[in-house]
Ligand binder design. Structure first.
Ligand code: ZN
Length: 215
């Protein structure tokens, strides 16, 4: 194998509805909040981990390419021409580990969105760059709400700069880039992060550009 170069795919990912990617209660102390979003520990601003984008796009492409078996087990194969294993790599220790082609970077707030969260949420409402939504479960027999809980989420309209670096070793990698770009479209139709079936996590990509970099 010989590395020929990289394709850089960059753009903006916008939250069309509230986005919730859970963080840990242990790493941050915010007065009793149950379900915080993941944040940059240095400045407390929320971000989208590359692993979240990668995981969801992988799942959607596996579904579309029929790579998920009926028992729901994780796709694994040793087919060097499998788009899933090429693009996303394989996590199975027993298989030959070929380099995954796509590197999903963490997506950070763009400047305008950062200012918006700073002014509208942090300064005016004392919130830590995210909104707090109250969710509950409706008991259909009794017709009443139960188990109220706080869910933190990134409000609609907030934008993050994302980038994916895609390694090119051969011609098949060039061809498979289209799968990856199609995966962005699939993600727009589906949902990123938690609570997708309740309307969270609709995203839209903007200004997606790709450039080439030879080694
Ligand atoms: Zn495979």
């Amino acid at each position: 194998m010989k590395l020929q170069g990289f394709k850089e795919i960059e753009g903006i990912i916008e939250c069309v509805t509230g986005l919730r990617i859970g963080g840990s209660n242990n790493t941050i102390e915010i007065g009793g909040l149950d379900n915080p979003v993941i944040r940059n520990p240095l400045d407390d601003t929320p971000y989208i981990p590359g692993s979240s984008i990668k995981g969801k796009i992988r799942t959607l492409l596996e579904w579309e390419l029929g790579k998920v078996s009926n028992d729901g087990s994780v796709h694994k194969c040793q087919d060097n021409s499998c788009p899933i294993c090429r693009i996303f790599g394989t996590t199975d220790e027993s298989l030959t580990r070929l380099p995954s082609r796509a590197l999903f970077r963490d997506a950070f707030l763009d400047k305008d969105s950062r200012r918006k969260l700073e002014e509208d949420l942090r300064q005016k409402k004392g919130l830590l760059y995210a909104e707090v939504k109250y969710e509950n479960t409706i008991n259909r027999l009794k017709g009443k709400a139960e188990h109220p809980r706080q869910m933190e989420r990134i409000p609609p309209g907030i934008r993050f700069a994302f980038s994916i670096s895609y390694r090119i070793f051969d011609e098949l990698d060039e061809n498979y880039l289209s799968h990856l770009l199609h995966g962005l479209w699939l993600l727009e139709q589906d949902a990123l992060g938690g609570c997708g079936s309740r309307g969270y996590g609709k995203v839209k990509f903007h200004d997606v550009k790709s450039g080439s970099q030879a080694v």
